[in-house]
Every structure is written in structure tokens, then in C-alpha cells.
Design a protein around this ligand. Structure first.
Ligand SMILES: Cc1cc2nc3c(=O)[nH]c(=O)nc-3n(C[C@H](O)[C@H](O)[C@H](O)COP(=O)(O)OP(=O)(O)OC[C@H]3O[C@@H](n4cnc5c(N)ncnc54)[C@H](O)[C@@H]3O)c2cc1C
Length: 482
């Protein structure tokens, strides 16, 4: 197994045993076993049995779409529905990127990091960005309905939880700021959280009754089916190598050439390595673990009936959710940037260990539950955390979309449809609302130092909260604050 960076027990108090409030519960053997469950393609999808043929020879279309994730497939479906001939070029298979690897939270504007862009773009445009994220939720819900995609979506809403009183001010502030932009969130105190059956490590939180969780693998494979049914020519195992953009765009792949008046680069975190947006977005590796299914007894004991998706108020959040197969999926906690905007498809063992520890600390009663899978994927993040959508080329006929900062289930799905509408001649207001100046990133090696330095600093701040939560729990023998 390839080990990247510090794959040891980084940030842990004891190198051989992970301690929890109830004593020693995660042995070296347990964590080593977890690391053995790495999956190169994430935990939700398998390589399709009907892999579509590689592009060979020359093909003409109305639009070339590169990348078959949420953005590319939504664009392709919308274009094909309007009668356009669409060829999709996908390096691996549909859903190989972040779309097949994410946590499956369908969240709206509540996930926006207002503090990072409000001053920069002002209130009026912030409202447009919030409206865009909110519209992403409705768009996905309508796609599921329209295309009969069963992806175990539950409109449970989402809770942003505090694991220590140190998180409370931040949660209350975010409720206030969100309200200014029309997003209604409710503060859940200790009693309200318990009334919902939220596991007691999550002390309090904000609840938004919008969106929820889905199985992203089933969603992206449902989009793939819908695209094929709509007549889209999907070329899997076909990497875009280079392109030229004049009156027509010519896209070159290892064994073929596609030509069309327009091209959509829906390659997100992989875009900088294609020679575009290198100084605008940084690919960040985000990781996930999934447990084995809970037994009926464990589920009954957990008693989390509405299965709200939970994210924590850490600076680098944790997300904890139940799946339809009764496993727990836990993500994020540790986020890293690879030098030169590379996106190697390799494990991040330090992240998996941090996630195993977070799982054990938030769910101490489930510490015997084995880990079924660990995986990582790439999101792209702009300096202001806002979406990066625009055009390039002599004739401005190459469209790109990236930088959704880990909120792409709704937003990247929607942007695909909006780009399709734009190409067909309309100017959707939600798309126009995204127009802004993205700050430039630093050149290497300063970028690597700055990004990972900032991530380490945020990690240290989070660790301070985690340590305080552990100490409080150890002090009174509980994982809770009444
Ligand atoms: C662990 C994790 C958890 C996340 N959790 C959430 C969540 O809960 N909620 C949420 O909203 N968002 C979440 N995200 C983010 C979300 O998954 C992404 O924002 C979204 O999937 C991006 O979709 P996309 O279509 O833009 O890009 P991708 O899905 O990454 O698709 C890009 C595609 O381009 C292809 N490609 C790349 N280079 C080439 C080339 N040269 N030629 C041809 N094809 C190419 C890739 O193979 C890939 O299939 C998470 C991400 C990760 C990694």
C-alpha cells in the first residue's frame, strides 16, 4: 500500500492505542485492519459492466463535454434534451471523480462559508450565491424525480453540531448570518438534540430543514443511465490530452478527435493539470471511511430515527451519516494539497486514522464495529471558496466549472444545467450571479507551503477543541455535556 505523508498516528496521544473517553478502545490492530480496506474507486461505485467504448477516430458533435461527474452529466442530459448532439469524454468511467466518492449531503446555502467571501463580494452578490446553492437542492430533487433515480435520498435536513461548548458561538453566529440571507436554521439545544435521538457526543447544533442525504454512487450512475437514454455519446476510458479552440473546438484523445462549436470542461479538481485555472483553484484531497453495517440491536440502541446528516462545527469539519445499508460514513477531518496541483489516486492513511478516531469518539458504543472501506477523492477550492465558472478560448466557446469547495452535490449538478442553457442561447440569472473575480493563488512552492500550512493550523485549532472534549468526557466519565 502506498503511504503518503505522515501515515503514522499523527496527532494522536499514544502511538499504539487510540484512547477514548470510555478507556482504551481502538487498538493498533483495529486501525491497521481499517487501513487494509482502502478502495481506489471509493465506497459507493463499481466500474460499470457496460463500460462505454473509448473514442476512436473522428467525431463531430454540437457540444463536447469533458468529465462525467455531476456537472458533466447534468450538462450532457440538459443539452441532449434540447436536441443537441453531445459527446462526453471521460478518462475513467462516469462517477470516478468526487461525484462517486462524496458523503452524499445534498445541502444548500447553509454550507456556504459566508465569513470568507461576504466582505469580498458584498451583500447583493452573496445573496445570489446563496440563491444558487439553494437552487442546487431543488434541481437535484427534480432530477431524481424526472429520471426516476432511486438513490436512497432522505430529505432529513442537516445538523451542524458542536462537540464542545467552544463550538457554540460559531454555530449561533452562522444561524444569524444565514438568516440575513433568508436561510432559516433552528438552534437545537441539548434537550432538542436528544429528542431527535442525535448521538450524545453531538451536544447542540443548528438544524436546517432542507436537503438531506443520498447515495452519491446511485445518483451518479442514475445520471449516467439518463444520459445514455437521452442519446448522449459517452466515451469512457478516454482522456482528453489537449485541445485547440477556434471557431470550432478540437479535442484530442489517445485514439480519436472530437470536434464541436462548444466544449464544457467539467473536470473540476483535475482542471489545473489540464493547463487551465492553475492559479485559481487548488485540488484538495478529502477522505472518507465507512463502517460495516450496524446490527438491528445497534441501530435500535442508537435510536436516530430521522437519520439527519450531521456535520461538525470544526474548522475542518467531520461529517457523520447513516446510509441505507445501515453503515456509518464519516468524512473530511484532514484535508491535504499535493504539490503542483497533482491528484494522485492514492490512500491518505493519516486521514483514515483521524476519521477512525473521530468515529470512535463520537460513537463510543460502536467501537467494535469494523471499518468496511476507506477512500479519498479531490475537490477544488478557490481562495474565496466560491464557484469558479467561466469561459476561455479565442471565441469564448470553452466553458469551465470548478471550485465548489466540497458542496458540489447540488451546486455542480445545477451548474451543468445552467451551462447547457447558456450554450443554447439563454443567460440564466443564477449563472450570471456567479460572475466575480476569483483571487489568484500563489505560485509553487509558496502555494504548497501556504495551503498545507493553513490546513495544519486549522487542524491544530480543531485538535484543541477535540482535546477539551476528551478531557471533559474523561473527567466525568461521559461523552456528554448535560
Ligand atoms: C470525500 C468527499 C466528500 C464530499 N462530500 C460532499 C457532500 O457531502 N456534499 C457535497 O455537496 N459535496 C461533497 N463533496 C464534493 C462533491 O463530491 C464534488 O463537489 C462534486 O462531485 C464535483 O462534481 P464534478 O462533476 O464537478 O467533478 P468530478 O465528479 O470530480 O468529475 C470530474 C471528472 O472528470 C474526469 N476527468 C479528469 N480529467 C480528465 C481528462 N483529462 N479527460 C477526461 N476526463 C477527465 C474525472 O475522471 C472525473 O470523472 C465531497 C467530495 C469528496 C472527495
Amino acid at each position: 500500500m502506498v503511504i503518503e505523508g505522515n501515515a503514522g498516528y499523527a496527532g494522536m496521544d499514544n502511538p499504539t492505542v487510540t484512547k477514548g473517553p470510555g478507556g482504551e478502545f481502538a487498538s493498533r490492530a483495529q486501525t491497521d485492519a481499517a487501513l487494509g480496506k482502502y478502495r481506489t474507486i471509493g465506497g459507493w461505485v463499481e466500474k460499470p459492466l457496460d463500460l462505454q467504448r473509448e473514442l476512436e477516430g473522428e467525431v463531430s458533435a454540437d457540444v463536447i463535454v469533458v468529465g462525467a461527474g455531476f456537472a458533466g452529466l447534468n450538462a450532457a442530459i440538459a443539452l441532449a434534451k434540447q436536441g443537441a448532439r453531445v459527446v462526453v469524454i471521460e478518462r475513467e468511467f462516469a462517477g470516478f471523480g468526487a461525484s462517486g466518492r462524496n458523503a452524499g449531503y445534498l445541502a444548500g446555502g447553509s454550507g456556504a462559508k459566508f465569513d470568507l467571501f461576504l466582505d469580498r463580494i458584498g451583500r447583493e452578490q452573496t445573496q445570489k450565491i446563496v440563491d444558487y446553492f439553494e437552487a442546487g437542492v431543488s434541481h437535484v430533487e427534480s432530477m431524481l424525480e424526472e429520471h426516476g433515480i432511486d438513490c436512497d435520498y432522505i430529505a432529513s435536513g442537516i445538523i451542524r453540531a458542536g462537540i464542545h461548548p467552544m463550538h457554540e458561538a460559531n454555530i449561533r453566529n452562522s444561524i444569524r448570518t444565514a438568516a440575513e440571507f433568508g436561510i432559516k436554521m433552528q438552534f437545537l439545544d441539548w434537550a432538542a438534540m436528544r429528542a431527535r435521538g442525535i448521538p450524545p457526543a453531538f451536544l447542540f447544533g443548528s438544524y436546517i430543514n432542507r436537503g438531506g442525504t443520498l447515495d452519491p454512487g446511485k445518483y451518479v450512475m442514475g445520471l449516467r443511465r439518463a444520459a445514455l437514454e437521452a442519446g448522449v455519446m459517452l466515451c469512457e476510458n478516454t482522456a482528453l490530452l489537449s485541445w485547440t479552440a477556434g471557431r470550432a473546438v478540437e479535442a484530442r484523445t489517445p485514439r480519436g478527435i472530437a470536434r464541436a462549436p462548444f466544449m464544457v470542461l467539467a473536470t473540476n479538481a483535475y482542471t489545473p493539470r489540464l493547463g487551465l485555472l492553475e492559479n485559481k483553484v487548488v485540488p484538495m484531497r478529502v477522505s472518507a471511511i465507512e463502517t460495516e453495517p450496524l446490527s438491528p440491536e445497534q441501530l435500535a440502541q442508537l435510536d436516530w430515527p430521522n437519520r439527519e446528516g450531521i456535520v461538525t462545527a470544526h474548522r475542518k469539519m467531520e461529517s457523520h451519516r447513516l446510509t441505507a445499508r445501515n453503515t456509518l460514513v464519516i468524512t473530511t477531518k484532514r484535508v491535504r494539497y499535493a504539490f503542483g496541483s497533482r491528484t494522485p489516486n492514492i490512500p491518505d492513511n493519516a486521514a483514515y486514522l483521524a476519521l477512525v478516531r473521530a468515529f470512535h469518539e463520537r460513537f463510543p458504543a460502536l467501537n467494535d464495529l469494523a471499518i468496511r472501506a476507506c477512500w479519498s477523492g479531490y475537490i477544488s477550492v478557490a481562495g474565496d471558496t466560491l464557484p469558479v465558472v467561466g469561459t476561455t478560448g479565442e471565441r469564448q466557446n470553452v466553458f469551465y466549472t470548478a471550485g465548489c469547495s466540497g458542496h458540489g452535490v447540488g451546486a455542480q449538478s445545477l451548474v451543468g444545467r445552467l451551462l447547457a442553457e447558456h450554450i443554447r442561447g439563454s443567460e440564466p440569472a443564477l449563472l450570471a450571479g456567479l460572475r466575480h473575480r476569483t483571487p489568484s493563488t500563489l505560485p509553487e512552492p509558496l502555494r504548497w507551503c501556504a495551503v498545507n500550512g493553513a490546513m495544519s493550523m486549522l487542524g491544530r485549532l480543531d485538535e484543541k477543541v477535540d482535546r477539551a472534549a476528551r478531557a471533559a468526557a474523561a473527567c466525568d466519565g461521559r461523552q456528554v455535556f448535560p
